[in-house]
Design a protein around this ligand. Structure first.
Ligand SMILES: Cc1cc2nc3c(=O)[nH]c(=O)nc-3n(C[C@H](O)[C@H](O)[C@H](O)COP(=O)(O)O)c2cc1C
Length: 169
């Protein structure tokens, strides 16, 4: 007798395969609480609105950054440049949280948040909304400062590989 696959499991597998091949821009999100700076690699970042200027970040509720943003509202999104793969690796678990800022040129912004000089872009946000959903929370931050370089191009992640985009013409 044929075994009928669990349809929910099949949807989950197909969705995972789809997301694996969904190109995304690599960022390091930083925050600060009780005298401690922390940062983690994240690709689930997107703009929400121009009025007010705002960004959405989706954080797994098991991460320390998630805990920080539950308790205080300030965070910075550092969009990595294509040469910054090592920083992405460091901030996604290869390096312990206390040692992550040892590599790269990190500078304290006037907001008190760590920002990466040499990043493709930097955005300073104040969380205004937090919506728990499944394993993650969607944090929307109102943008209070933003910078982008016209000298660099962003680091992308697709199919478990780092890459960068090229114009089609
Ligand atoms: C390319 C890449 C993208 C990631 N994107 C996210 C993300 O958008 N949200 C998230 O919660 N974790 C994401 N992660 C996983 C976190 O970076 C990882 O769990 C990190 O170790 C969490 O920080 P912590 O160890 O300080 O808690 C991503 C990891 C990689 C390698």
């Amino acid at each position: 007798m044929d075994t009928v696959a669990n349809p929910q499991e099949a949807v989950r597998d197909n969705f995972r395969a789809m997301m694996r091949q969904y190109p995304a821009t690599v960022t390091i999100i930083t925050s600060h609480m009780n005298g401690v700076d922390h940062g983690m690699t994240a690709t689930a970042v997107t703009s929400v609105s121009m009025d007010p200027p705002s960004l959405l970040v989706c954080l797994n509720n098991r991460t320390y950054l998630h805990e920080m943003l539950q308790h205080q509202p300030h965070f910075a999104v550092n969009v990595l440049a294509k040469g910054q793969v090592e920083l992405s690796d460091a901030f996604s678990g290869k390096v312990s949280p206390e040692k992550r800022f040892e590599a790269g040129h990190w500078v304290k912004h006037a907001s008190g948040l760590m920002t990466l000089h040499g990043a493709h872009a930097r955005v300073i946000c104040k969380r205004t909304v937090a919506v728990p959903y499944g394993t993650h929370t969607l944090f929307i931050g109102q943008v209070t400062d933003a910078f982008v370089s016209d000298q660099t191009c962003p680091l992308l992640y697709e199919n478990a590989k780092y890459c960068s985009a090229h114009p089609t013409v």
